[in-house]
Design a protein around this ligand. Structure first.
Ligand SMILES: Cc1ncc(COP(=O)(O)O)c(C=O)c1O
Length: 269
């Protein structure tokens, strides 16, 4: 009889991938380029420098390098919570009464509570390496802000988080976790930026939105003193950093002597 797959399969520390996989290198049809809102033309790497730190701007534009080495300092921090387990959803299979074997990669078992740490760590690392005075970001529910706060704390990098005001008021404990990691957390819209002041002038009770918090964080970065903006979803670089989830899963599948017919991933970064 075939050996029953374990409920949770852990790779060893040595089996953690040492390079991220850049999916775009293998895409026959490359994604449409990002447009510079000022010119309507495709952005260059240099166009991104006012907003992002250099290495991350480079990764953002890199359509060609298939594997990008994970810096040893990042790998070291990854080891605090990686590899993450590949779990077999035996109970779900039973509940669905399906012959399918369902596996899922569990990314929640780290202090920040989500997969967002996978990109927060390299983003904080490259910003610190460039000698920035700090980074800014936005957070909605708070997972990204928490992950980034943890990563910035680890690398000794100041962080200012614009947190959607409705969430800021609903989730005081999220805010407290970020503050415990040393981040400064501002309810957005705030009166500390032009974008925030304009929104508050229109409606002082505006509960905020991700768009508004992004505007405030970007404004602070571009007008700040050697401060850049970082973002936990949407970007190519985030997809690159999150490839560690798929790379570990592929290795675990190999050990199980399985090959997936279908792979599903969540949409958000
Ligand atoms: C651009 C952007 N910023 C912030 C968030 C909110 O993340 P969180 O709920 O972890 O704060 C998201 C969610 O996907 C997002 O796409």
């Amino acid at each position: 009889m075939a050996k029953k797959a374990p409920h949770r399969l852990y790779l060893t520390e040595e089996q953690i991938p040492t390079a991220w996989y850049n999916l775009r290198a293998d895409m026959k049809e490359k994604p449409e380029p990002m447009l510079n809102p000022a010119t309507g033309k495709p952005v260059s790497e240099e166009d991104l420098y006012p907003v992002f730190c250099k290495e991350l701007a480079h990764q953002e534009m890199d359509n060609d390098t298939q594997y990008i080495e994970i810096p040893p300092e990042v790998l070291e921090m990854y080891k605090n919570y990686r590899p993450s387990p590949l779990c077999r959803a035996y109970n779900l299979e039973k509940a669905l009464d399906t012959p399918a074997k369902i596996y899922y990669k569990f990314e929640g078992n780290n202090t920040s509570g989500s997969h967002k740490l996978n990109s927060a760590i390299p983003q904080a690392y490259y910003a610190k390496k460039q000698g920035l005075n700090g980074v800014t970001t936005e957070t909605g529910a708070g997972q990204w802000g928490t992950a980034l706060a943890e990563a910035c704390c680890y690398f000794g990098l100041p962080l200012e988080v614009f947190m959607v005001k409705a969430s800021y008021n609903q989730k005081p404990f999220r805010k407290a976790i970020m503050q415990t990691f040393g981040a400064s957390v501002v309810a957005s819209p705030s009166n500390t930026t032009n974008a925030g002041r304009a929104i508050l002038a229109d409606n002082p009770d505006n509960p905020g939105s991700l768009g508004c918090a992004i505007s405030e964080a970007v404004e602070r970065a571009v007008s700040g003193d050697n401060v850049k903006y970082v973002l936990g979803s949407v970007l190519n670089q985030v997809l690159l950093h999150q490839s560690i989830v798929g790379l570990e899963s592929a290795k675990a599948m190999e050990l199980l002597d399985e090959y997936p017919d279908v792979v599903v991933r969540q949409a958000a970064g």
